[in-house]
Design a protein around this ligand. Sequence first.
Ligand SMILES: [Zn+2]
Length: 252
Amino acid sequence: MSAIELQECPQCDGTGWVTTQGGGEVERCDCFRNARSGRRLERAGIPRRYQHCSLDNFETEFLNADPSLGGAVMKCQRFVEGFADLDEGLLFVGPVGVGKTHLAVGVLRALMDTHKVNGLFVDYRDLLRDIQDSYNKVSETSELQVVRPLLNADVLLLDELGARRPSAWVFDTVSHVVNDRYNNRRPTLITTNYPDAPEAPEGPLDSAKGGVGASLQDRIGGRLRSRLFEMCIPVQLQGSDFRRVMKRAGYR
Ligand SMILES: [Zn+2]
């Protein structure tokens, strides 16, 4: 793909290099840069339904829009601007359909565009399945093959954290990924539908709530929850399910 693009480029006649304005020196042609950022985007594995998502096209001014949405976008923009000086990620918390994944993808893409990082989008449920499958005797992939890209990505987007409860040993692998990224100061963007419920005054929340399983801590355990808050800036979104509202109003 890129080879064809380069060949057809009238600026550089397919060499990928152009002479600078003042002359005398050469630099990479735009076509080369575009092809490279296109490949970076492809490798990021963003699902088709989210590929259009950016911080600029996140809607905050529709009827009855919750004010938390505008605040969340601003937080994301500041995060992208200050990214070079940060080693934290973002933890998007809010109910289904308010746009957490849209914003997280918007941040990931902005970082890939402006800071040239290698980004990776991973759905938590797919990750659990892939880890589980890697333990299968006839599996073609090893656990390391599944996990390595997640450890190496400059910025990892882990979507829908807590959406499913894994077995203890699969969860160990997830914890390893998160802790390794923390130790290596690689930022992680996380979305979750599970609210960070207030701590029970005494004893672990799990027992206090009788195992209802509705808070983030119930879903991923207290230790991992604490780690997430050490390594991520929380972004709280509120509001009714945007997609459902649109449907009811007769759009789409
Ligand atoms: Zn060119």
